[in-house]
Design a binder for this molecule. Structure first.
Ligand code: NDP
Length: 315
């Protein structure tokens, strides 16, 4: 078990983490980036990315993350396949311990641990992952032009995703487990007045089916009641919009989080309540959650960390 000193420790390897690493390493801060248990982050779960500037022909998520990693390593970032399991931000330098027991003593920390979309927990979600199951309409909706899709959830995100998909697909089902939408009134009105959207209230998904990819969903209406009824719908895409979990649990004892668990930052900076600890990307973003916005905050976090080190005479 090693003890490693660093000026900048970056926790997480999505677009925010790698962009922070590119900036910090070009500023000669020799950052260490720990990949976490999903190297490359959420984008490695998606297929083609068509909305990241600079790729006019689109790029596979996996490939884009590899390119970001190569770019960070080119300037000297040390990338390690480790996950932080414990932190102590009570005093500087900060102490972080990884899953193999190595300890990092860091002058500054950039948290870019991302968020994970919630899934229903059906085995079919894994089976059809990348074959019709998605948790990001903005990322994958384009592939469903003139097709039929379903969105699970009745909150603002589900309404937004359904409305977005309705501009591309020929029909959008919303699968809502209650008999009402939890979303704000304005969103409710928009989905209810959209001819392409059909809301299936009181419905839960029990499975998906299809040969090469998703061709339909098995639903149950009024589950566990006298009116219980099983039926299938034909769909080409199945979108989850039942919320996200920011990956921030281990920071809770030290870092101020909002009620949903997202890290609070002193916008427009990436400063957290602990001086010298910065947050970038989806772990601090309940609103936009896009690769390009994450990359932007990663850049800001690296600049914030560099300025912090200068102001505190570490450089
Ligand atoms: P929410 O928690 O508001 O809604 C989640 C939805 O998913 C609910 O309808 C919930 O059902 C449903 N759901 C949860 N678990 C399951 C499950 N296992 N099976 C079936 N359905 C399930 O999450 P959102 O992501 O929609 O929103 C998060 C926050 O972000 C909210 O405060 C929202 O207002 C905000 N937001 C605001 C936007 C805006 O203002 N433009 C856009 C997007 C989000 P149930 O109601 O039965 O619990």
């Amino acid at each position: 078990m090693e003890t490693i000193n660093t000026k900048v420790l970056i926790i997480g390897s999505g677009p925010a983490g790698y962009t922070a690493a590119i900036y910090a390493s070009r500023a000669l801060l020799n950052p260490i980036l720990l990949e976490g248990n999903q190297p490359g982050g959420q984008l490695t779960q998606t297929t083609e990315i068509e909305n990241f500037p600079g790729y006019p022909k689109g790029i596979q998520g996996m490939e884009m993350m590899q390119e970001l990693r190569d770019q960070a390593e080119r300037f000297g970032t040390v990338v390690k396949p480790r996950t932080i399991t414990k932190v102590d931000f009570s005093k500087r330098p900060f102490t972080c311990v990884d899953d193999r027991g190595d300890t990092y003593i860091a002058e500054t920390v950039i948290i870019s641990t991302g968020a994970s979309a919630k899934y229903l927990g059906l085995p079919d979600e894994d089976k059809y992952n990348g074959l019709g199951v998605s948790a990001c309409a903005t990322c994958d909706g384009f592939f469903y032009r003139n097709k039929t899709v379903a969105v699970v959830g009745g909150g603002d995100t589900a309404c937004e995703e359904a409305l977005y998909l309705s501009s591309l697909a020929q029909k959008v089902y919303m699968i809502v487990r209650k008999d009402y939408l939890r979303a704000s009134n304005v969103m409710k009105q928009r989905v209810m007045s959209n001819d392409k959207i059909e809301i299936l209230f009181n419905c839960n998904t029990v499975g998906l089916f299809g040969e090469q990819g998703v061709e339909g969903a098995k639903l149950v209406r009024h589950k566990d009641t006298e009116k219980e009824e099983y039926f299938d719908i034909s769909i080409d895409g199945f979108f989850l919009a039942i919320g996200h979990h920011p990956n921030t649990d281990i920071f809770k004892p030290f870092i101020e989080l909002d009620e949903q668990g997202y890290i609070k930052t002193d916008a427009p900076t990436t400063r957290t309540n602990i001086e010298g600890v910065f947050a970038a990307g989806d772990c601090a973003d309940p609103i936009y959650r896009q690769a390009v916005t994450s990359a932007g905050t990663g850049c800001r976090a690296a600049i914030d960390a560099e300025r912090f080190l200068i102001d505190n005479s570490e450089l």
